[in-house]
Design a protein around this ligand. Structure first.
Ligand code: URA
Length: 309
């Protein structure tokens, strides 16, 4: 039970950081949440919605305006969990993997690393039966390395990052830059979909999970040697840059940082844009992508400069 609550708390914290006040949950999730709360007091739905329907749940004001620590405590209270309950995501994964990138050209080293990751016992253990561990894809000579958070349902099914709805939007973003998906590299912090026993929605990876997979991501960056990395979303930004929870993505996005000796710019995750269909947020992401294009010396037309204005 705790791991589901932990996952929900993590996800709501992430959404809150991105400025979201309302979340849509499926009928099944709502029912699950209601079961997990004291008499469903967190939500007001009197009866369970139809399976498959979607319900907007308001994050209570006192929770929304709290400091991060308060937020965590209040939310745990709201979902009926003891404030100091140990988190169930803290089970040890063991030390992050140590491996050598081996000899050969880029393609050979990439293939060798891919084999290591797909055969990694910890990745295999955490990948759901019948689904796939996910390794990065793309052009090994790419200038741009997009880094997301973790595979979702579509990705674990197909074994490729960003192939679901967020991936389709990412493809459009890449196209708007005048590029094709095959010209960039796309990876994730995580190689498996963070487990959620009820398999409702996704949860962000824990710090321990991210730390375990990080060497695999660094390996890909070392092979591709991109000109820059675009970190998609708060979790990727935090996982790569080690921000404390207090700084929101809003504060750090659009600014150049560095990871693995490579310039890195954080921006909003495509899923965030899918949830918040606002021109302002699209423009905010687009401005970051204009910076990326500029740094990669890609041609920028007047029309491109004006997108979402
Ligand atoms: N979100 C991510 O962060 N990565 C994916 O691969 C898909 C969705």
């Amino acid at each position: 039970m705790k791991s589901e609550l932990e996952a929900i708390v993590e996800e709501l914290k992430r959404l809150r950081e991105e400025g979201v006040s309302y979340v849509n949950v499926s009928g099944k999730t709502l029912q699950y949440l209601k079961n997990a709360t004291i008499e469903g007091q967190w939500m007001e739905a009197a009866s369970p919605p139809e399976a498959g329907s979607s319900v907007a749940v308001e994050i209570p004001d006192k929770v929304r305006s709290a400091s991060p620590e308060e937020f965590d405590r209040l939310l745990r209270e709201e979902v009926g969990e003891k404030p100091n309950a140990p988190t169930s995501c803290s089970s040890s994964l063991g030390s992050p993997p140590v491996f050598s990138l081996g000899e050969g050209d880029k393609a050979q080293r990439w293939e060798a690393l891919r084999e290591i990751v797909l055969n990694c016992p910890v990745c295999q253990k955490h990948t759901r039966k019948g689904f796939k561990t996910v390794f990065g894809v793309g052009n090994l000579d790419a200038d741009i390395f997009f880094c997301g958070e973790a595979p979702g349902g579509d990705e674990e099914e197909q074994g490729e990052p960003f192939v679901g709805k967020a991936g389709q939007l990412l493809n459009k973003m890449i196209k708007a830059m005048g590029l094709g998906r095959e010209q960039v590299y796309i990876g994730n912090l995580m190689n498996w979909r963070p487990s959620l026993p009820a398999r409702v929605g996704n949860r962000p990876p824990t710090r321990e999970e991210m730390n375990f997979c990080l060497p695999y991501l660094i390996g890909q960056i070392e092979i591709v040697k991109p000109k820059l990395i675009v970190a998609l979303g708060a979790t990727a930004a935090k996982g790569l840059l080690g921000f404390d929870l207090v700084r929101s993505l809003r504060e750090v996005k659009g600014v150049w940082h560095e990871f693995a000796n490579t310039p890195l710019i954080p921006t909003y995750h495509p899923s965030y844009l899918l949830r918040n269909d606002s021109k302002r947020d699209k423009r905010a992401v687009w401005e970051d992508l204009l910076k990326v294009m500029d740094r990669c010396e890609l041609p920028i037309s007047e029309k491109q400069r004006q997108y979402f204005l």
